[in-house]
Ligand binder design. Structure first.
Ligand code: C2E
Ligand code: MN
Ligand code: MN
Length: 406
């Protein structure tokens, strides 16, 4: 199937322009053999490339391009399918935008066109060309330093696993995971994640329960969460717990039960955040909104979890504004390499900043993901990169420090 792929990247400091021309000649030959055609634009600092050809060959060539050390910060902008090649004439052609007038380059690029309609009817590929040439998106080309720029040094403030016991009459336990602000070197909050007594996943603990039992068990488990957290000596830090929205709707007096358990363990409502998963909130919004009013009037904060994973996330914000949203791992994964993920996260950041809603990113595993998210204005993170969940304890936190040799 004929595939079009577009990416952009930054040129490395030590690469000369004359070596680029040689590179293009070599690439042209290689591409021709794989029947991949392409156009490469260069503006002195950034590359922009379009590759067209059979799907397999395009992906293979792109993979090789990704490991080429002459450029870095590759971001894939578009993957699409087309009935015919846009630029069938060129094996690979380079345009240096510093040497030509923009309109002239665009016209030359258009003249290379071999399709009858695509370039005439303003398709996305052509719009990407225009945007790159007009440099209107350049403030979003974040310079992410290589992952090796940072060392992650674990602090000594950990609490060993299973230091906190769930209490004899409890049938569940909790793992705790910090949400951190790495540059402020601050633990913003701890999230209590449900586990079976043996330390297995939340799904395992809920398995086998049916109907209202699920909600009763969900609420009951929070007693254990608050008891374990109370023993943790939170020192003014926040505590987050997860609840199914229907737990608050279906169990009479659920909010009062929560408030009682919070107080019984030496905690205050103002330090508690309840996290609800986006998709579950949407299905019975009106009943849920009533429960949220009760939480808020008791002083408890509300967060929307797995934001961006559901189908109506942004619409949800029109109906009710939580104190915080948590961006899901599915959007965070390899965000530094993905144009679409970057665009979505930037829209979420913009929206939440207009509404003064705090944001954290969940499931951060790579230094590059973290650095891109910091560049986009996110300051609070939860993920293995900093600290994994720890059953009945708190893992040491790996704080980033800039290596001195860089
Ligand atoms: P969540 O609230 O989004 O919790 C974060 C999940 O991401 C946790 O999975 C955590 O182990 C995982 N995680 C943390 N860092 C990373 C990372 O760097 N990479 C990856 N791939 N994953 C990471 P866990 O503990 O299995 O919990 C799954 C979900 O179960 C939670 O997602 C939450 O929605 C739900 N849950 C947890 N505790 C409760 C509870 O008490 N009640 C209810 N109703 N649901 C709960
Ligand atoms: Mn959560
Ligand atoms: Mn999750």
């Amino acid at each position: 199937m004929l595939t079009t792929l577009i990416y952009r990247s930054h040129i490395c400091d030590n690469v000369s322009f004359s070596s680029l021309e040689m590179m293009v000649a070599a690439a042209s030959l290689k591409n021709e053999q794989a029947s991949v055609t392409g156009i490469l634009l260069f503006n002195g600092k950034h590359f922009f490339q379009l590759l067209e050809g059979p799907e397999e060959s395009v992906f293979q060539i792109y993979q090789a391009i990704c490991s080429d050390r002459r450029h870095y910060n590759l971001v894939e902008l578009m993957r699409d399918y087309a009935p015919a090649r846009r630029f069938g004439k060129a094996g690979m052609e380079l345009f240096d935008l510093r040497e030509h007038d923009r309109e002239e380059v665009l016209q030359t690029v258009l003249d290379k066109g071999t399709t009858r309609y695509q370039l005439t009817y303003n398709d996305r590929a052509l719009q990407f060309f225009r945007t790159f040439m007009q440099a209107t998106e350049q403030e979003n080309y974040f310079e992410i330093p290589p992952a090796g720029t940072w060392e992650f040094i674990a602090d000594g403030d950990a609490i060993a696993p299973e230091t906190l016991a769930p209490g004899p009459e409890s049938d569940c336990s909790f793992a705790f995971q910090p949400i951190v602000d790495p540059f402020a070197r601050e633990v913003v909050s701890l999230e209590a994640l449900l586990r079976t007594a043996a330390g297995e996943s939340p799904q395992m603990w809920f398995a086998g329960l049916c109907g209202n039992e699920v909600y009763e068990a969900d609420l009951r488990s929070k007693q254990t969460a608050f008891a374990m957290a109370g023993a943790l000596n939170l020192n003014g830090r926040r505590l987050s717990v997860n609840l199914l929205p229907m737990t608050l709707v279906n169990i009479p007096g659920a909010v009062d039960t929560l408030l009682r358990e919070i107080a019984a363990n030496g905690l205050v409502p103002e330090q508690i955040t309840v996290e609800f998963t986006e998709s579950e909130v949407i299905s019975r919004f009106d009943a849920f909104a009533g429960a949220v009013r009760q939480l808020k009037s008791a002083g408890i904060s509300v967060a929307i979890d797995h934001f961006g994973a559901g189908f109506a996330g942004l619409l949800l914000l029109a109906q009710f504004q939580p104190d915080r949203i948590k961006i899901n791992r599915e959007l965070v994964a390899d965000v530094h390499k993905s144009g679409p993920r970057q665009a979505i996260i930037q829209a979420i950041v913009k929206c939440c900043s207009s509404l003064e809603i705090a944001i954290s990113a969940v499931g951060v595993e790579k230094a590059e993901e973290w650095m891109w998210l910091e560049s986009a204005g996110i300051t609070q993170f939860q993920g293995q990169l900093f600290a994994s969940p720890c059953l009945g304890g708190i893992s040491p936190i790996a704080w980033p420090e800039k290596k001195t040799e860089f």
